[in-house]
Structures are given as structure tokens and as C-alpha cells.
Design a protein around this ligand. Structure first.
Ligand SMILES: NC(=O)c1ccc[n+]([C@@H]2O[C@H](COP(=O)([O-])OP(=O)(O)OC[C@H]3O[C@@H](n4cnc5c(N)ncnc54)[C@H](OP(=O)(O)O)[C@@H]3O)[C@@H](O)[C@H]2O)c1
Length: 263
């Protein structure tokens, strides 16, 4: 197929099949990488990981898929790392077709979700916002200028149902909830800006559903039977939704089944 270039020099026409997964070394991100590598309509997957991440599975996939998989070190809280990432994106002439931000934080060695106000710790709250809200915003900030004005693409951040203010009936989890709420506001705001700067872009938040990963593992006993999904199931369902939308759905907060969630 012959493709013409738009005013920004980006090829137009059929999607080029270049995909990006931020946080692609484990959990839902890894499942998204694997699901897309196996497809003939995907030409290349860029999977990011932290310098300290366990790369065991990504290295196996690299041996299997060769140049179809590009591994890129990215800590979304590091300016230097973000600059290197921006340079990588600028070297992709066809542009990204689908970018999924799957990195996120609920707990680590020192941070645990707060059960009550008395457990709120400023440093831990700051870390939550740094990773869950500002991280995806900065990833989008590196990505968007590298996409031509008329390039068609989707940027999706994995948010969480608990980030919905309208749906908040339980309380608790102050830092995680509020950092996902802030992420949602960032997504909506970027979508508004992109209507002019990237009129063919869909900028969305999506809740993946409760998925059996390290992130949810300590909290799975409260999940209703049949409501805990494998990372593979979640990956396919997210791709179903994200590949079915276009710019007319930009600025929405989706559930994994394609329905929308109140902000
Ligand atoms: N699992 C669920 O039930 C569920 C439900 C609702 C929403 N979500 C959301 O879905 C997303 C993926 O969750 P998951 O269950 O796959 O989590 P996970 O298994 O804990 O994986 C988290 C990923 O984020 C990466 N990450 C953490 N901090 C980072 C940083 N500063 N820079 C770059 N990458 C960083 C981790 O890298 P390392 O390996 O280096 O730590 C890892 O790749 C998260 O945003 C989460 O909030 C998940």
C-alpha cells in the first residue's frame, strides 16, 4: 500500500502496528506484551521496564521474537530515564498505534494501602502520586509530541475503579484512590487538549478488572468467586476495548467490558 506523509512528515494510512507497553515486565503489562507479540497485525512491541525490574520473562520473549520486541529501560519517576524514552519514541517514524501505560503502585516493601486516616503518611502519599498520576502524565508528555497531528493512535492508562469519586462507597486506600483520581483528571484534561493538537487520538483511562498479579495478591481474599481474572484474560479484554475505540471516545473512563465508569 502506498502511504502519503502528513504535514508533520508522519506516514498516513493504515495503522503501522507499533505498540507500546509501559511496565511490561510483569503483571498485566507483561500479559499485554505477550498477547500482542503473538499477533501478525502487530509489527513491533516496545516494552518498558525499570532498571531494577526482573526481566526473566521479557528476555525469554526477546529470544523468541527477536526484533519484534524492543526492551526499553524506563523509571517513570526519573527525568533522565524519561528523556532517553522520549528519544526512543522520536526514532519511530511510523508513530505508535496503541500505547498502554500499565505501570502502577499499590504497595511495596514500605508502603501499604491505608485503612484509616491515621495511617496516612505524606512521603508515601507523595510516592503514590509520583508513580500513579505524574508518571503516566509524563509518559504521555514524552509520547504525544512524537506523534504527527493527523496520526491515529490511542493512549490508555490503566486506572482503577477505586479512583472513581462517584463510585467511592468504602473509603480507605487514600493514596492509591486519590492518585488514580488524579490520573483520571490528567487523562480528561489531556483528551481536551488533544482534540485540537491530535484530533485523531483517543486518550482514555481504563479499569482492568481485579486481576491475579503481585499488586492484588495480598487483597484477593475479599474478591467474590469468579471475579478474579488471569492477566491473560485481562490483556485480551483490554485489547478488545482499546482496539474498538477511536477519537470519538477520547476522554472516557472505561471498565474492562467496554462500559463507562463514573468519574
Ligand atoms: N491487578 C489488579 O487487580 C488491578 C486492578 C485495578 C487496577 N490495576 C492497575 O493496573 C496496572 C497494572 O497492575 P498490575 O496488577 O499489573 O501490577 P504489578 O503486577 O504490581 O506490576 C506493576 C508494574 O509497574 C511497574 N512500576 C512500578 N513502579 C514503576 C516506576 N516508578 N517506573 C516504571 N515502572 C514502574 C512495575 O515494575 P517493577 O517490576 O520494576 O516493580 C511493574 O512492571 C496498575 O496501574 C494498577 O494500579 C490493577
Amino acid at each position: 500500500m502506498t502511504r502519503s506523509n502528513d504535514l508533520n512528515g508522519k506516514p498516513q494510512g493504515q495503522p503501522q502496528g507499533l505498540r507500546l507497553v509501559v511496565g511490561g515486565n510483569r503483571g498485566i503489562g507483561l500479559a499485554l506484551v505477550e498477547a500482542q507479540l503473538g499477533r501478525s497485525d502487530v509489527s513491533k512491541v516496545i516494552a518498558t521496564h525499570r532498571p531494577t525490574s526482573d526481566l526473566t520473562r521479557l528476555v525469554q520473549l526477546k529470544h523468541l521474537f527477536g526484533s519484534k520486541l524492543h526492551l526499553q529501560s524506563l523509571d517513570v519517576t526519573s527525568d533522565k530515564s524519561m528523556q532517553d524514552f522520549g528519544r526512543l519514541l522520536a526514532r519511530q517514524p511510523a508513530g505508535i498505534e496503541l500505547a498502554i501505560h500499565a505501570a502502577g503502585l499499590l504497595h511495596d516493601d514500605t508502603i501499604k494501602p491505608e485503612k484509616s486516616l491515621s495511617q496516612c503518611n505524606p512521603a508515601h502519599l507523595m510516592r503514590m502520586f509520583e508513580v500513579n498520576s505524574i508518571g503516566p502524565l509524563m509518559v504521555a508528555s514524552a509520547l504525544l509530541p512524537t506523534q504527527g497531528r493527523d496520526h491515529r493512535f490511542t493512549f490508555a492508562a490503566l486506572s482503577a475503579m477505586v479512583g472513581s469519586i462517584g463510585d467511592n462507597r468504602l473509603g480507605g486506600w487514600y493514596g492509591y484512590r486519590a492518585s488514580k483520581t488524579a490520573l483520571n483528571q490528567f487523562i480528561k484534561t489531556m483528551a481536551n487538549e488533544c482534540r485540537i493538537k491530535h484530533p485523531r487520538a483517543a486518550i482514555v483511562a481504563i479499569h482492568p478488572g481485579t486481576t491475579d498479579t503481585d499488586l492484588s495478591r495480598p487483597f484477593q481474599k475479599n474478591v467474590r468467586p469468579g471475579k478474579l481474572y488471569s492477566p491473560e484474560q485481562t490483556a485480551w479484554r483490554l485489547l478488545d476495548v482499546l482496539e474498538s475505540i477511536d477519537e470519538t471516545r477520547s476522554g472516557e473512563f472505561f471498565n474492562w467490558d467496554g462500559s463507562t465508569i463514573p468519574w
